[in-house]
Design a protein around this ligand. Sequence first.
Ligand code: SAM
Length: 273
Amino acid sequence: MDNHIARRRFGQNFLSDPNIINRIIGAIHPRPGENMVEIGPGLGALTTPLIDALGHLHVIEIDRDLIARLRQRHTPSELTIHEGDALAFDFGTLGATPGDLRVVGNLPYNISTPILFHLAGFAEKLRDMTFMLQKEVVMRMVAQPGTGEYGRLSVMLQYRFRMGWLFDVPPEAFRPAPKVTSSIVRLAPRSPAECTARDEVLFGKIVTAAFGQRRKTLRNTLKDYLDDADFKTLGLDPGERGERLAVARFIEIANHCAARKHGAESPSSSISG
Ligand code: SAM
């Protein structure tokens, strides 16, 4: 690594193990001409091999010192640098073809959950996303009902994306080494036909409420949404906990409430963190 001093406030841990870098590039499998954006290129561990394979890459970087280095190393024809916060970035501006944008990144840990929710809002633009995150976050993303890791993050992301854990990356692969193990995860958007919550805002509120107090039963956590008759109609045990309900069950609950709330009104759509 060169003389850049890693900034903790930007979650900077730079990949330095060439074998791991190769493995990640292999998992991304970049092809010439693809429309790809890397979040947080840092010192360029993934950036340079991605440019070599693609011909052109977009990056979003918040650290001005790192941006200056990237500008020195790459020409504007091969690298488009978007300076600023990825959480405020409009991914809708990248590329004209819906469903072709690929997003990759060794994500800064401090923004990993909000950036996933932010990107969920651009699902129709995306082909796939391959990220390195803390292993603990990836386990929560892909968790199944009835496990300790299953929660709001699992339901909200599994509603929108198919997801899979690919492999782990040990702390020694980075400079400086983080305290925890990381994992590579891939997300691909589900088709709109699969995302069947009639009111996605209401769906999000119900999921948030169900996991708000983990130890409490649905009778308690969903009392603003469901009464005894609703539990009966839905065939749902009021003594159950949110952590045992599959994503499809949350959709049923939300659609039941939406039908009552909206009647014939048009549904609303968007998922926010
Ligand atoms: N990709 C490089 C690597 O693998 O070695 C760096 C990864 S480092 C974990 C995270 C990178 O994201 C840093 O370059 C950091 O400056 C950048 N970053 C942090 N917060 C950001 C934000 N809100 N928006 C865009 N980039 C951010």
